[in-house]
Write a protein of this length. Structure first.
Length: 653
């Protein structure tokens, strides 16, 4: 039977059961574990017992184990003491766009964020159909408030149930793994899709740590990625989000992906239901995410089997990875951290006790994302100061409506870049660019005689070359050409099923068009950055300030730093009707630039748009450029005869 199987066809034991199993999960609907451990198999005998089971071809990730009676008051008393050792205490969810089927899972390290969950007297184990329906509802209605979720060490007797085995206990650089971790969470607490520390798959050979997770109370739902689709899942994540090159790059994104999104991406997965007494063991290097269906208590441990190898030649680490003392001693090559964690962008990161600063510590769930701060006077004061600064620089600026109770420090970090686009300064730039088009001559005679290449990408490169060389053209035309080149190359790459533009293809084009390959690659990367910043609102491109010689003083680097979660927050603050109006005005300009739109009256549209201090009125005036009868106007001719449009098409006149 395949390792990806989610069915149970036989019953095996690693030892002889010496007590009667009374776990409610033993008769759970839709659940019939094939493998059972005895009380003698637990504790110090665990690894030997597991080796007999999890190496079998038909092992399907779950084992039933006996549990002693669980005293919840004993756990609760430990938290009342306030001196417990924890990694984190709560989840805070940052959903993706509605209907996209994913969420980021933040963490809090503040002990005041943990509240003891209200455990029910009885737990109903769901069927697989009920579990799937519950998960679909969970992803469509994620918690808005922090959800208690403790992870760390506790001095309670039950931890003797799981023992990491002699090979881990003898490794001093893995001291933090010598004791199991407790996970105590409220309803809908969760952990993102990840693999374990040191995990690295090289071809069909898996390296790294294994994990075992035992439920003592409540129900956990596991979303496990089929091993045959490991690379497909990794490719999906790295294509959609900006990842670094370390072996834990997927986990660093703190993403929990819904079953519906996995189905849409045609990534095979299966759901496991774990109630009290069920031990879940993902395969080595298997991606898994977890959601608690109600309050729950679980115990987990990392371990290795005899013959397992922890370090592979392909393993890479960054300063967000755990067990860094161990990987440092083994000279595992290091790579740059995820882009959103670069020092220039991590001002609101909760830096206490990160793995890079506690070298022997296990990697935290979601450690790379800053915790969402509570509403504080400091945050509200900073927002007030920023609003005053913006109004002093540009009194007409349209500041987005922000609920201070839902504001994060990271949103404040991108605030000025948001309002710069919504400023009178940006509107004046749009008017200035349009006036430059008004003053342009029709197609120059010398351009009419220049043959146009038939190949789309060659056209993009040639037009870019001309835009750079002609001093009469604005900086915007170069930026626009960069965006169009990037989109043309990426569309061509997609059509050909390539992961990236071919080295030889770019080199050949560079020689044919008398440009250096380095120049083309530079403009290609610049174009991708600008297109990403605009996101769904391509009409914002002419409203992004062209230089920093203004009151906002935002350099190009300041725009290019909008990546990862900062970019999501930037787009989120721009998600309102006023941005849609700006987008529409910007698209009018782009259509005029492309020769796709007729201008009926330059005046008084441009004069009024420049004069109106109210931005809504200025936008309304600007839109009059193309609202009059086409009999009264003319089409602006482009000095290059043809110009690429943002949607990848070409317009010939």
């Amino acid at each position: 039977m395949s390792r990806d199987s989610d069915t149970a066809a036989s019953t095996s034991t690693a030892g002889t059961a010496d007590i009667r199993l009374t776990s409610p999960d033993a008769s759970a609907p839709g659940s019939s574990p094939k493998f059972i451990l005895s009380a003698a198999d637990m504790g110090e005998g665990l690894i030997q017992a597991l080796q007999k089971i999890i190496t079998l071809d038909d092992f399907d990730n779950e084992i039933l184990v006996p549990l002693p009676p669980i005293d919840l008051d004993l756990f609760k008393a430990k938290f009342n003491a306030k001196d417990y050792d924890c990694q984190y205490t709560a989840n805070i969810f940052k959903p993706g766009p509605k209907g996209k089927g994913y969420t980021h899972v933040y963490i809090s390290e503040c002990k005041s964020d943990f509240e003891w969950p209200d455990f029910p007297k009885e737990v109903k184990i769901p069927t697989h159909e009920e579990a799937r329906t519950w998960l679909d509802t969970f992803f469509s209605d994620l918690p808005e408030d922090p959800v208690p979720y403790f992870s760390g060490h506790l001095d309670v007797p039950y931890e003797d149930l799981l023992n990491p085995g002699p090979e881990i206990l003898e490794e001093l650089d893995l001291a933090d793994l010598h004791r199991p971790y407790w996970h105590i969470g409220g309803d809908k607490s969760a952990n993102r899709h990840h693999t374990e520390d040191l995990d690295c798959l090289e071809g069909t050979i898996a390296y790294g740590l294994r994990s075992a997770n035992l439920v003592l109370a409540g129900v956990k739902l596991w979303i496990l990625i089929a091993m045959r689709h490991t690379k497909k899942f990794e490719d999906f994540i790295t294509e959609m989000w900006e990842c670094n090159k370390c072996s834990q790059r997927v986990g660093h994104q703190s993403l929990l992906i819904s079953p519906s999104r996995l189905e849409k991406e045609e990534i095979d997965f299966y759901i496991k239901i774990a109630g009290p007494g069920k031990l879940i063991l993902p395969h080595l290097c298997q991606y898994h995410g977890i959601v608690n269906m109600g309050p729950g208590i679980a115990l987990s441990v990392n371990f290795k089997l005899p013959g397992d190898r922890l370090i592979s030649k392909g393993l890479r680490r960054c300063n967000r990875c755990g067990v860094s003392t161990f990987t440092g001693r083994h000279r595992v090559p290091s790579v740059d951290p995820p882009a959103e964690l670069e020092d220039s962008q991590s001002g609101d990161l909760e830096r206490a006790a990160l793995p890079s600063e506690v070298p022997g510590r296990k990697r935290k769930a979601c450690e790379e994302f800053p915790r969402k701060p509570k509403t504080t006077r400091a945050i509200e004061r900073r927002l007030g100061d920023l609003e005053k600064k913006v109004k002093a620089s540009d009194p007409s600026c349209r500041i987005p409506q922000i609920d201070p109770s839902k504001l994060s420090e990271r949103q404040l970090d991108v605030f000025e870049r948001v309002v710069a686009i919504r400023s009178k300064l940006a509107m004046n730039q749009l008017v200035t660019l349009t006036r430059e088009l008004q003053r342009q001559q029709p197609v120059m005679a010398q351009d009419l005689d220049v043959p146009q290449p038939e190949d789309l990408i060659d056209k993009r490169i040639l037009h870019l070359k001309r835009a750079v060389e002609e001093s009469a053209l604005s900086k915007f035309r170069v930026r626009y050409a960069q965006v169009c080149l990037a989109r043309a190359v990426d569309e061509d790459k997609k059509d050909k099923g390539l992961a990236r533009a071919g080295h030889n293809d770019i080199q050949a084009r560079a020689e044919r068009l008398e440009m250096s390959k380095a120049d083309i690659n530079y403009h290609l990367q610049e174009g991708r950055k600008w297109a990403t910043i605009c996101g769904p609102h391509e009409g914002l491109l002419p409203l992004i300030l062209l230089d920093s010689n203004n009151k906002f003083k935002i350099p190009k680097k300041g725009w290019h730093e909008l990546r990862g979660q900062y970019l999501e927050d930037f787009h989120g603050l721009l998600d309102d009707p006023f941005t849609q109006d700006l987008d529409a005005a910007g698209k009018v300009f782009l259509d005029i630039l492309d020769g796709l739109e007729k201008v009926v009256k330059w005046e008084p549209a441009l004069t009024d748009a420049a004069r109106d201090e109210d931005l809504a009125s200025a936008l309304k005036s600007y839109m009059l450029l193309t609202k009059q009868s086409s009999r009264l106007g003319y089409v602006v001719s482009n000095t290059m005869g043809e110009w690429p449009t943002l949607d990848g098409s070409w317009h010939s006149r």
